[in-house]
Design a protein around this ligand. Sequence first.
Ligand code: AMP
Ligand code: ZN
Length: 468
Amino acid sequence: MKLYNTMSKQKEEFVPLEEGKVKMYVCGPTVYNFIHIGNARPMIVFDTVRRYFEYKGYDVNFVSNFTDVDDKIIKKAIEEGVTAEEISKRYIAECKKDMDGMNIKPATKNPLATEEIGGMIDMIQTLIEKGYAYEKNGTVYYRTRKFKEYGKLSHKNLDDLQSGGRSLLVTGEDEKEDSLDFVLWKPKKEGEPAWESPWGEGRPGWHIECSEMSKKYLGEQIDIHAGGEDLVFPHHENEIAQSEAANGKEFAKYWLHNAFLNIDNRKMSKSLGNFFTVREISEQYDLQILRFFMLSAHYRSPLNFSADLMEAAKSGLDRIVTAAENLRFLKKNAKVESMSAAEEEAFSESGQYAESFEKAMDDDFNTADAIASVFELVKYANTTANVESSAEYLEALLGRLTALTDVLGIVVEKKEEVLDTEIEALIAERQAARKERNFARADEIRDTLLAKGIILEDTREGVKWKRA
Ligand code: AMP
Ligand code: ZN
């Protein structure tokens, strides 16, 4: 199995630190709003990576954090007049709902930065003791030039960084020994969440969070560290500098980064304002379709979001689900129990599609080609399975198909249909609630129906509904 390592800029054979085990850390989102579909890309991609390792028989310890203390969270809390904790708790819960909808397996552990402050302080202390960090007026900085390998992940040259860095110096940071130095601990500002530390009250810098949480839950050395490509520099570069200086060991063996999800060929981001939240997309599409769309491209290729591509993903997914439903239907009505000799041969022939699927996935998780193999298998199932087939053959084909779709995290069972009578009853209840001016309940019903893929329209002739 080969994976592309950002560190070596090459595909490398995967050799685990410990036989049969994978220790994997994926940088998670900062929780100050609903996640957008750009944030969903690393979630879907690295969940698929995890699933493939598990398919191959590895035991995967998968850790992904939530950054729950950050300027953006504090800003949002001030805007709403609530605590930062309330904001982060709310959006962690919402994020988990979205992840569930995208069929992302729960991590072995989702550490929260605010619950790991003690460990971060210890790590900063170690860095100070080893001469890699220093304190100035309540701020602790990392002494970047002291770490001789700085720049090895992002392939940046320190002197180039220096000349760019000087002009980027923000006021108040001129106390730094060097413009390349970055913050490990910052002093409290009025009204902000803060923790006691040997350097006074304050909070940790973003980079130290991941160094500490990765160490605590996975150990000083891990197999894979992953995230979006914007994290290569400075976030991951700084994590390496911190972890390797503190622990005296190579931090991660393989560094994996997904390319961006774009819209109109521009990066989708909150700051540009050109984004869709996962929640918005879920109002139009089953999130399985979003997942399938994301996997239709290689994770290191930029992917442009468009309605056309989502429609293509929808019909592609539908083809797979229909084939699986067909196999189930035929099996239920099969007249013969056991496989014939010819069927045994046919089944063994279908093994070539599982092989080509694995070959694609073994080549740096080429999900685009892997999906092509699934389509081949679907075609094979559609042409060889019929009313004459034995139950055993149909079951075996279905098993082969679902083993592959499970790796992609795609569920090939039709969602249970919501009955029209159920919908009508809820609409009637909503009308009654509105009459009583209980708009909260009315909105709640609208949301419940939306979650089931039912869209309501208030028209002059009354309430109309349609399926998304
Ligand atoms: P953030 O909350 O901004 O720290 O982002 C969380 C994760 O989403 C990181 O791994 C980012 O690299 C990733 N990410 C953010 N925007 C995009 C995008 N448009 N396409 C792909 N990944 C993204
Ligand atoms: Zn991180």
